[in-house]
Design a protein around this ligand. Structure first.
Ligand SMILES: Nc1ncnc2c1ncn2[C@@H]1O[C@H](COP(=O)(O)OP(=O)(O)OP(=O)(O)O)[C@@H](O)[C@H]1O
Ligand SMILES: [Mg+2]
Length: 249
């Protein structure tokens, strides 16, 4: 059995749409026929469970503590993917020490899925930094806001140090259109080329779409609530790009 591909979703700045994209991407990959696990790695403020309206019985910490298996903790969704929730309300997960992070990543690598989508918390702290460096592919979510851009660059800079060969890609979210997304990516790519000696690929552009908020408000995955809407189509294209690059690898 081959190991799953670990696809991390990170950002510098918070609130740029990581969790929403993680859920959408997971669903799109599942629709493309892949066996996918969505793992909530936002250990401080886990919210995959909130956006999907899940009732959590066993969380990640219970799995790491050896109380339950990944299989027991994972929640099967009717859309054809599984979710490993980050919390069950116990809190206090943010201070995971490095050994636990290593165990978490090893646990995900042993899961019987084709892809694991890992929602990583915002920021540059040791936990998101270590999780980011441990992924096969890291999607760094940015918007065209200056603070989001500088923070996304900071994530890419640390990644270049921690995992110089990592497959990092920028995903521009909340874009007005594809052209604006391309410009935002070009700005980041220029900074990376100039200061890190290596550019960064564009994973995809996801347009601002009011139906995303509506889906979250109804605690339903976007592709279920609003199939075919702009953001859903963009996320499907992002998933197709990931599947194609896996096939080519
Ligand atoms: N493409 C989009 N179009 C419109 N709204 C969006 C889009 N993507 C995300 N949003 C909205 O942005 C808000 C933040 O999204 P989300 O919680 O997924 O961000 P996050 O990066 O995970 O935040 P945090 O850093 O707090 O974990 C949500 O209200 C969501 O509905
Ligand atoms: Mg989030």
């Amino acid at each position: 059995m081959s190991m799953p591909r670990l696809i991390g979703i990170a950002s510098g700045k918070g609130g740029v749409g990581k969790t929403a994209l993680a859920i959408g991407l997971t669903q799109a990959l599942a629709q493309a026929g892949r066996r996918v696990l969505l793992a909530d790695g936002d250990l401080g403020l886990a919210n995959v469970d909130v956006q999907l309206g899940l009732t959590v019985r066993h969380d990640l910490m219970a799995v790491l503590a050896g109380d339950v298996t990944l299989r027991e903790a994972a929640i099967a969704r009717p859309e054809g993917f599984e979710v490993l929730p980050g919390r069950s309300g116990s809190g206090g997960l943010a201070a995971l020490d490095p050994a636990w992070i290593t165990r978490f990543l090893a646990l995900l690598r042993r899961s019987p899925h084709d892809d694991v989508v890992l929602d990583i918390g915002a920021g540059l702290d040791p936990v998101p930094r270590r999780l980011s460096a441990g992924c096969d592919t890291l999607l760094v979510v940015a918007t065209d806001e200056p603070t989001s851009l500088t923070d996304a660059y900071a994530v890419l800079k640390l990644l270049a140090r921690d995992a110089p060969r990592a497959d990092a890609r920028v995903v521009v979210n909340l874009a007005t259109d594809a052209a604006q997304g391309a410009r935002t990516h070009a700005a980041l790519d220029r900074a990376c080329r100039g200061f890190l000696g290596r550019g960064v690929a564009l994973g995809g552009v996801v347009r601002r779409d009011a139906r995303m908020r509506d889906a979250i408000r109804h605690q339903l995955p976007l592709l279920t609530r609003h199939p075919g809407c702009n953001a859903a189509r963009d996320i499907e294209a992002l998933a197709a790009g990931l599947v194609a690059s896996r096939a080519a690898a």
